[in-house]
Write a protein that binds this ligand. Structure first.
Ligand code: 16G
Length: 165
């Protein structure tokens, strides 16, 4: 399904079964979310300098790929983005040309923690992954977040390797 307007992906994919609190709107990332979204990501890791042009180009690449589903939570009162998480889908030949899903860049604004917005984001993305038909869904997290992610059906897998450049 093609996205409507500027949205990164078709928002019909956002499950209506997972209900947000009334002060929160769930939607896809938009090109004009740059400032809000990058500021939020700073609470997760280093973002560095991203120009308007860089942001727009990256947004277009993700939109054209049609495998990036960045969901944001908008505070209705302030129109600010207070949470975000990404579902990224990878094409495979294995599992009958299967799809693999990854959950990435889950972040909730410090001022909005304790309202279960992280739970909301995860429920939404797991449901979307299921709807899209992925055969496997995975994520990487800090040790202290293992009990949190266990709630959404993940099991620990110790064979994860990484190198950094
Ligand atoms: C966490 C994130 C991952 C993100 C990384 C950034 C979740 C579930 N995991 O592992 O998506 O890309 O942090 O940290 O949100 P880094 O800058 O050290 O790669």
């Amino acid at each position: 399904p093609k996205p409507r307007g500027d949205a990164l992906f078709n928002e019909d994919l956002i499950p209506s079964s997972v209900e947000p609190p009334s002060e929160i709107r769930v939607r896809a990332l938009h090109p004009n979310d740059q400032d809000d979204y990058l500021k939020l990501l700073e609470q997760l890791t280093s973002v560095g300098y991203v120009s308007k042009h860089d942001f727009e180009q990256r947004f277009l690449s993700m939109k054209n790929a049609d495998t990036y589903f960045i969901v944001v939570l908008e505070d209705v009162a302030t129109s600010k983005i207070v949470g975000a998480a990404s579902l990224v889908v990878e094409f495979k030949y294995i599992h009958e040309c299967g799809l693999r899903g990854r959950i990435e860049d889950v972040v909730v604004d410090e001022a909005m923690r304790g309202k279960k917005l992280g739970v909301l984001l995860n429920k939404i993305l797991v449901e979307m992954a299921r709807e899209l038909g992925v055969y496997k869904l995975s994520l990487e997290c800090k040790t202290e977040l293992i009990p949190f992610y266990t709630k959404f059906g993940y099991k620990e897998n110790i064979n994860f390797m990484v190198q950094r450049f």
